[in-house]
Design a binder for this molecule. Structure first.
Ligand code: FAD
Length: 399
């Protein structure tokens, strides 16, 4: 792949930019600019706006209803989406399970689920982790027992992001306990409103509700909610993780935060006529973060350009995940450096003013703190960074 962006693509960029400036719901953008959480209806509204335009499933091939964009077009689209401050697309439907369904699902399953995902009408969540199975995910004990034309699901999933907004959950479930632990796992879907499912919120350190525990008590789903073959769920789950880990790069968002930090730093006084941007230590950290994002961008482009048509990024996605996490943490730490004592402010959805404005006050402090906490969690989700380093050592470097 030619890493320099073709000037002809600038027309494409202008179209995308105009859509976000003129046609994307302004109330959603305004709420996101405040760093506030969206309700379920607002998530659907935001994602349907992209879905109606045919741009939600930005990386899907045309045959499955995607726009059929080249890698460069997808890249520009992501940059513009983040530049406009559009809420992060909930990845569980469009990035995680969609490609699994169109790759391994039956025609009936594709007809049933793909339109709702790509049009942003139906929300999804990911039921992988369990209270006793995280890094060692293959030890999971959530069970699916086949009874005639149904599966009966029992067990608890935890850390389930966006379960409170979801219509559907895709689960890794044990259908066989006799062989190697990876071999008895199946990939099964359930509606979130089935009798026997209980969602319990988990409130995180920033006071937000993004995580949940989802308990299943004899939940019955049709047997044709099984994706692919019984016992092959582990293979499908690994395919999904390649997409998931690459999606953490979010270059456009990082560059936007760096621009924002420069703006903030050119206003924050540090004594006399000096501003934070004049302080060598802060300026150096900002430049280091710029370089980290450049390195991440090159790496993600290399990983994506190695993907064969319609396939998934491979083990190298672990490198993207580690680099993306450390760049995100470097950047959000700078918000705390800039906030100083204001970093102690509590975040309050209702009163936070437009924190991306050029206002020299410390309005950025509370949402910046929330971002800081959020990026700490990135070392853990999608498989911890220690586990990614094990994968890089063993499977990428062959050590
Ligand atoms: C914000 C957030 C969102 C999440 N969203 C979801 C979701 O939507 N769906 C879902 O299914 N899960 C989700 N998770 C769960 C996440 O995938 C797990 O937390 C993660 O896989 C780690 O598992 P664990 O928490 O059980 O930690 P453990 O596996 O108990 O690990 C504890 C510590 O030990 C280290 N460790 C463990 N094994 C090794 C090893 N072999 N070598 C070196 N170090 C090791 C880990 O790196 C970690 O530091 C989310 C987590 C977070 C924080």
């Amino acid at each position: 792949m030619d890493l320099s962006i073709d000037p002809k693509l600038e027309d494409f960029r202008a179209d995308v930019r105009a859509f976000f400036a003129n046609d994307f719901p302004k109330d959603i953008l305004a709420k996101t600019r405040k760093g506030a959480s969206l309700t379920t209806d607002e998530v659907r509204k935001s994602e349907s706006a992209l879905g109606k335009k045919g741009w939600l499933a930005a990386a899907w091939p045309k045959e499955h209803g995607g726009p059929g964009w080249s890698l460069e077009e997808q890249y520009i689209f992501d940059e513009e989406l983040e530049r406009a401050g559009v809420p992060t697309v909930t990845p569980m439907g469009v990035i995680y399970v969609g490609p699994i369904i169109y790759t391994f699902g039956t025609d009936k399953q594709k007809e049933r689920w793909l339109p709702g995902i790509r049009e942003g009408r139906e929300g999804w969540c990911q039921g992988y982790s369990e209270p006793d199975s995280g890094s060692d995910l293959a030890s999971l004990q959530f069970s699916a027992v086949r009874e005639r034309d149904e599966y009966i699901l029992n067990g608890t999933k935890i850390w389930t992001s966006a379960a409170q907004h979801a219509d559907w959950i895709f689960c890794l479930a044990r259908t066989d306990n006799s062989g190697k632990k990876q071999e008895g796992i199946s990939f099964i879907i359930a509606e979130m409103n089935r009798p026997g499912i209980t969602v319990t919120p988990i409130i995180t350190i920033d006071g937000k509700h993004a995580l949940n525990q989802v308990h299943f008590d004899n939940v019955r789903v049709p047997a044709d909610y099984l994706i692919g073959e019984e016992g092959k769920g582990w293979t499908y789950s690994q395919y999904l993780l390649g997409h998931e880990r690459t999606s953490y790069a979010r270059i456009g968002g990082k560059r936007k935060q760096l621009r924002h930090l420069r703006e903030i730093a050119s206003h924050v006084p540090t004594g006399g006529n000096r501003r934070l941007i004049d302080e060598p230590d802060f300026a150096r950290k900002l430049s280091d973060a710029d370089l980290a994002v450049d390195a991440l961008e090159m790496t993600v482009l290399r990983v994506l350009s190695a993907v064969k048509d319609g396939g998934a990024p491979g083990k190298e996605a672990s490198i993207v995940k580690v680099l993306a996490t450390s760049a995100a943490q470097q950047i959000t730490t700078l918000y705390l450096d800039a906030a100083g004592l204001n970093g102690n402010r509590q975040f309050d959805d209702s009163v936070t003013p437009d924190w991306l404005s050029k206002d020299a006050s410390a309005n950025f402090a509370a949402p910046g703190l929330s971002l800081y906490y959020g990026t700490r969690a990135q070392s853990i989700y999608g498989g911890t960074n220690e586990i990614q380093r094990n994968i890089i050592a063993k499977r990428v470097l062959g050590l």
